[in-house]
Design a protein. Structure first.
Length: 253
């Protein structure tokens, strides 16, 4: 579904990514791991068109997305959550989720302001989509409450809901486990697998919580110092000497 082809990113004299290549298969969960500074977030920002890359290409469903503007990413089917929650804290949960649905809307700003014609129908559809997503994520009881007043774990669900409301084919999850307790972590793992199995959404996951990555991923890509050092199944990655060396230092046993 997604092909990362030789992506290189330089910030001045610093090489943040050095010719990184890998494929993300359709209907799979692909984990992207590596120590701090490995280049994971830089790669995610390239995939989201937030960072420019000097070399390489990104191919989604057979088409290059290198020149796709940020605001069109949801339209082509790529959704994302952010490590630092990207939500409107004074807006209700419903309206935060609807932001994701609006990303797929064909109506423009002026039409939305005037609420005319087709836009009214789209507004109703976005409300319906928000209701479906909130029910799925058990957020219905919080629908009209300001998102910023809710516990952190629920805010993370709202962020997840905003991404799901855009009806992505590929979902980029940026450290979704950060700040979650043990029960919430378990629920997140089940949610990621359900999104793959029931909704048919492909997931690319950046996460430091190794037990979560190993339990939900079908395939894992490991980075270190901006280079790909390994890829394989969770079992293969856990035994890979370069991965062990990157995380533990020194020589692998």
């Amino acid at each position: 579904m997604l092909a990362v082809k030789g992506i290189t990113v330089r910030f001045g004299g610093i090489v943040a990514l050095d010719g990184v290549s890998f494929d993300v298969p359709r209907n799979k969960v692909c984990g992207l791991i590596g120590p701090n500074g490995a280049g994971k977030t830089t790669l995610f920002n390239c995939l989201s068109q937030l960072y420019a890359y000097q070399e390489g290409d990104l191919v989604f469903e057979g088409n290059s997305i290198s020149n796709t503007p940020v605001h069109s990413m949801a339209t082509i089917g790529i959704g994302r959550t952010f490590q630092n929650l990207a939500m409107f804290k004074t807006m209700s949960v419903r309206h935060n989720v609807m932001v994701g649905a609006h990303a797929r809307s064909s109506s423009g700003f002026l039409a939305n302001m005037l609420k005319v014609g087709q836009v009214r129908d789209q507004e109703a559809q976005m409300n319906q989509r928000a209701d479906e997503v909130m029910k799925y994520l058990k957020l219905t009881d919080y629908a009209e409450r300001p998102a910023g007043e809710l516990p952190f774990g629920i805010q993370k669900r709202v962020e997840f809901g905003r991404a799901l409301a855009s009806q992505p084919k590929l979902l980029l999850l940026d450290e979704p486990a950060a700040g979650l307790n043990h029960e919430e972590l378990h629920d997140l793992g089940e949610l990621i697998k359900d999104v793959r199995d029931r909704m048919g959404i492909t997931v690319l996951l950046v996460e430091h919580h190794m037990s979560l990555v190993m339990s939900v991923s079908d395939w894992i890509v490991a980075l270190n110092f901006g280079k790909k050092i390994a890829e394989g199944t969770p079992e293969q990655i856990q035994k890979h000497p370069e991965v062990i060396r990157a995380y533990l230092g020194g020589e692998a046993a």
